[in-house]
Design a protein around this ligand. Structure first.
Ligand code: GLA
Length: 725
């Protein structure tokens, strides 16, 4: 990384170089800097001034005499015609029409900080752009300090605005709903503002906070693309704007008004950018690597992900110790390494959690269900060689609970306005220290007195009417208070892993992941749906933190019936677990599950450090990905078919991410699952016990032909590098 200043005249330029990328910033007459270039590396001696000058655009009649700069924070006060990066008003509604000037450009160890000042208002601004050590992901953030005497209400403070190259005309973003997370939609960047705003107090199933920009025809393995992710769960706005002059900008920030009193500082939140000239896979590699290096902190770097057994879809609220012990025994026999006791274990002497209408907040072991506490079950689990995890939902409370009766004032419940329940529950105001202390005390007690090394931290409702007792907005502060609570627990219980769950994937972002270790992608354990979601989520998240469970034969949320092989293979591509009544398994299913669990365990070490790529050019009903070891000496291809193939036969599957010159021995691991009624007259060395050996180049350029698939089935191809003779 290199940051160069070139300040010969009134035009100053800086460059940020990092791992094949260059960003050039330019400031004229000490204006806020603009991005003059962002893309593949430029030569070291590039004339930055000439480059910046070469970007000067002509002015057309009917417009202002100067083209207002699309700076890192476009300003209304400078005549910028589009969305400003900052909007703030005094108590009587007067806007601050700022005209910030650059005071100093600071070279940081891994980036640049631009310090700017608006002399009229006394506002001070710092715009940060950094590539944290060794990473290709750009972090951007804005800080705003009030050194003047006015009380400001800030309705919008964006992270540094970046332009989008004219060649990228498509937006890919995510919609969805409960059990349908990461549903991609594609739309063109057009004139005007396209805004995604989330006000749900969590990222929401429908709002994973990200946008991808791609040139037409870009695929997973080719084409230029850029992506922004905003790392905050509570409330966010993200916009892309096509200006009448053809320029396009992207902004992101909190979607809640902030009060900026004299002397105070506020921040915009953090955006994470990746850029790729290698298709969407380039984005995925950079984000996955970034999350591994800079976001997730596993206890003692224990990155081996134990196979989970979660009892939710087996027993729901109906906890019986004997049955749970039996399930644990079966799970261990199949290869599970951690038993997770889900919702239903808590309550008071008067009231237990037998459905979702009561007891949230009463974090005591229900002695009717567990007369001797949780210890006998934990002992049993440990005897089986497994670890023990527990479900909690600390931020929430049912009105039918001892806690709500004792402390009605702890609820986020504005006076004189009716709060709508969600799953019969309400939200506790975590910004009240008494609330956070109570929750900490309960969780600390659980973790101190039981051998629990994993918490499934759930959050099952949106925040609505999110104000404190005095009516001030809470969405930002509540999220910060949650992070503080999570951090307090992690400090005192550093060996405990925490999963972020919110009715499945309702809270997934790099902000919450800094304080947790795993996400529950969806309440859908339907492998058909999961395969689609996981193949999108992996653009941002490495597989080892994406919980992926083998669900029941007859899926509880979708009604689909799926084979064990398909369910197990889909689960293998994330952090694998089982979540079903194991008593339903017949002998063949148990054997298949055991087999794939064993393969997962044998290979997870390299899979969870490896590179995960989607394959292009598959038939429309097939989604295929390859996971390649860090040294590119091992790989697995997972080719999952979701519908009846439209073609009469299968076409070659072109691999990616391999060493072209290396020779790999490849074979179809589950050749025994070929359906003879569908696949006739198929004589291919891929299905011979010894497989076949081809160069990486041949595998990537010519590809492999798989057997004909049935819908909802998966081929698993294994490759190992061979020494050349
Ligand atoms: C949420 C979670 C589920 C399960 C239930 C328990 O819906 O997403 O996995 O834990 O709560 O009530």
């Amino acid at each position: 990384m290199l940051a160069n200043g070139d300040s010969k005249a009134s035009l100053e330029c800086w460059r940020l170089d990092h791992a094949g990328q260059t960003i050039v910033l330019a400031s004229r007459q000490r204006e806020l800097p603009e991005v003059a270039y962002c893309g593949e590396s430029l030569p070291a001696g590039e004339n930055l001034k000439a480059l910046a000058e070469s970007r000067n655009r002509p002015i057309t009649p009917g417009t202002l005499d100067q083209l207002a700069p699309l700076s890192l924070l476009p300003e209304e006060g400078k005549g910028f015609p589009g969305q400003p990066g900052l909007r703030l008003f005094d108590a009587e509604g007067r806007p601050a029409l700022t005209q910030f000037a650059l005071v100093e450009a600071e070279n940081l160890e891994h980036g640049l900080a631009f310090h700017c000042q608006d002399s009229g208002s006394g506002l001070v601004l710092t715009l940060h752009l950094t590539f944290p050590a060794g990473s290709r992901v750009l972090e951007t953030t804005t800080r705003l300090t009030n050194r003047g005497g006015t009380d400001w209400l800030v309705s919008w403070l964006s992270v540094p605005a970046l332009p989008i190259d004219g060649a990228m005309t498509d937006i890919i973003e995510y919609a969805g709903r409960w059990t349908q997370e990461f549903n991609p939609i594609k739309l063109p960047i057009s004139r005007g503002v396209h805004l995604r705003e989330n006000r749900r107090g969590r990222t929401g199933h429908d709002h994973f906070p990200a946008m991808i920009f791609a040139e037409p025809g870009a695929g997973f393995t080719r084409g230029c693309a850029a992506a922004i992710h905003f790392g905050f769960s509570g409330v966010h706005r993200m916009l892309v704007e096509g200006l009448p002059d053809g320029r396009r900008q992207v902004q992101a920030g909190y979607g809640e008004m902030q009060h900026l009193a004299p002397g105070r500082t506020i921040v915009s939140g953090t955006a994470f950018w990746a850029f790729s000239d290698r298709g969407l896979n380039g984005l995925a590699l950079d984000f996955q690597d970034y999350v591994r290096r800079h976001i997730i902190r596993f206890p003692d770097d224990k990155t081996v992900r134990p196979v989970h057994y979660n009892c939710w879809e087996a027993v729901y609220f109906d906890h019986k110790v004997e049955e749970l012990m039996d399930l644990a025994t079966r799970a261990a026999d199949l290869g599970a390494e951690r038993f997770v006791l889900d919702d239903g274990w808590f309550g008071t002497h008067e009231l237990g959690r037998n459905d979702d209408t009561s007891s949230l907040g009463d974090w005591f072991v229900d002695t009717r269900k567990y007369p001797d506490g949780l210890q006998p079950l934990i002992d049993h689990v440990e005897t089986l060689g497994m670890r023990f995890g527990l479900w909690v939902e600390p931020e929430m409370v049912n009105l039918d609970s001892a806690l709500a009766r004792q402390h009605p004032e702890w609820l986020m419940m504005p006076a004189h306005v009716k709060q709508v329940p969600g799953r019969s529950q309400y939200v506790l105001n975590l910004t009240n220290p008494a609330v956070s202390d109570y929750l900490y005390e309960r969780l600390d007690w659980l973790l101190r007195t039981h051998a629990i090394d994993y918490l499934k931290w759930d959050m099952n409702r949106d925040l609505t009417l999110a104000v404190d007792s005095e009516g001030f907005p809470l969405l930002i502060r509540q999220t910060e208070a949650l992070w503080a609570l999570l951090e307090r627990i992690r400090q005192h219980h550093p060996d405990v892993e925490i999963e972020s769950c919110a009715s499945g994937g309702g809270r997934i972002d790099f902000g919450v992941l800094r304080h947790t270790h795993r996400i529950w992608l969806s309440d859908s354990n339907d492998a058909h749906e999961r395969w689609q979601m996981q193949n999108q989520a992996f653009l941002f998240l490495p597989p080892e933190i994406v919980g992926s469970h083998v669900g029941p034969r007859h899926c509880h949320t979708s009604g689909r019936r799926l084979s064990m092989s398909f369910r197990a293979l889909v689960a293998m591509t994330g952090h694998m677990g089982f979540e079903m009544d194991l008593r339903e398994l017949d002998a063949a299913e148990a054997e298949t599950l055991k087999r794939y669990t064993a393969i997962y365990k044998e290979n997870r070490d390299w899979m969870h450090k490896g590179r995960q790529y989607r394959l292009d050019g598959t038939a429309p009903e097939t989604l295929a990905q390859i996971i390649v070891s860090p040294e590119a000496d091992r790989f697995f291809v997972f080719a999952g078919t979701l519908d009846v193939p439209g073609d009469e036969t299968t076409a070659p599957l072109k691999l990616t991410g391999l060493r072209p010159e290396a020779r790999y021995r490849v074979k179809l691991v589950n050749a025994d699952e070929i359906h003879r009624s569908a696949t006739r007259f198929y004589k291919n060395p891929l299905i011979e016990p010894g497989g076949l050996a081809l160069s990486g180049a041949a595998l990537m350029q010519a590809g492999l032909v798989t057997p004909f698939p049935f819908p909802d089935s998966m081929w698993l191809i294994e490759g190992r590098r061979e020494e050349l003779p």
